[in-house]
Design a protein around this ligand. Structure first.
Ligand code: ATP
Length: 282
């Protein structure tokens, strides 16, 4: 059955100097409305490729993505995107940065209505007292809060997060994870997040989708999280299934590593055999 968000037979081929490189192939995933899915996999397997295709920032080579009955064919305000670095306009205030998006989505709202929406989301992320502070004067964690407020203020059907906490220290990271979960529960936004952190995936998501190693990466395994919401970190950590799930995810990643090492060794052997055959024939 099709989900609220559907990735069907999604594929991406990049043109490279050595010819076409099939990075993602036959990637299939259904997400329910309001579901939080984390995408986990080794570096370079194709996670950002999948996410940027969903954001409409990277052309789809094969298959497609449907969000709320709408087939993705470019970027749009129905999808909020947060990257590792929030890319704010440094000379603008926190409020002005959020208003950039709000003005586009609510062109018919009054100035004061648009101001209130931007201020509301900045307050939710804990920046109610910093609305008029220039982005360049905000700490990295505060800038990321602005990025999150900007994405939510668009009232998107889907939120796409590419390692949004990757550049933050662990305390700020944990704090922002909780801020994000609180708003997500309130607004019930369907979310796809990339992370390298197994514990973050366990704490945040309803489902963790493990990608196989590329090339031709696809969904390798899906883990369902048994933890109740709203989530309390200590309760999640003490849940009887936590360490079993964590272990299974790490085993999956290790298996992928072994496969890759085997493939690399085979490639090397083949190359050496070809080279020695060439040497003999010369
Ligand atoms: N524009 C491009 N042209 C050619 N190859 C690309 C392009 N963009 C990405 N790639 C390659 O596609 C593969 C997947 O990249 P991608 O950034 O999607 O991986 P990732 O899983 O998000 O990696 P990481 O976890 O390190 O961010 C990599 O081998 C990368 O070099």
């Amino acid at each position: 059955m099709a989900g609220y968000v559907e990735f069907y037979r999604l594929g991406k081929t990049y043109d490279t100097p050595n010819g076409p490189a099939v990075i993602v192939e036959d990637f299939n995933l259904n997400m329910d409305k309001g579901e939080y899915v984390c995408l986990l996999g080794h570096s370079g397997c194709g996670k950002s490729t999948v996410l940027t295709m969903a954001a409409g920032l990277n052309p789809i080579s094969h298959g497609g993505i449907v969000v709320a009955n709408h087939e993705i064919d470019g970027p749009g305000p129905d999808r909020g995107v947060v990257f590792q670095s929030p890319c704010l306009m440094p000379w603008m205030t926190a409020l002005e940065n959020v208003l950039l998006g709000v003005n586009q989505v609510y062109p018919h709202g009054t100035k004061s209505q648009r101001h209130d929406i931007a201020a509301y989301y900045l307050t939710l992320v804990g920046l109610g007292n910093s609305l008029d502070v220039r982005a360049s004067s905000l700490s990295q964690g505060m800038q990321q809060r602005v990025g999150i407020a900007r994405a939510f203020a668009l009232k998107p059907n889907m939120l796409l997060l590419d390692e949004p906490f990757g550049m933050l220290d662990s305390l700020t990271r944990m704090e922002l994870q909780e801020v994000l979960l609180e708003i997500l529960i309130r607004d019930k936004v369907t979310t796809l997040m990339i992370t390298h952190d197994v514990d973050e995936a366990l704490f945040m998501s309803d489902k963790v989708v493990m990608m196989t190693n590329g090339p031709r990466a696809r969904v390798g395994k899906v883990f369902e999280m048994p933890f109740e919401r709203p989530r309390v970190r200590s309760e999640v950590l003490e849940h009887p299934e936590y360490y079993k799930l964590r272990g299974d995810m790490i085993s999956f990643l290790e298996e992928q590593d072994h496969k890759k090492m085997k493939q690399d060794a085979e490639k090397l052997q083949q190359k050496q055999a070809e080279e020695s055959q060439q040497a003999v024939s010369v």
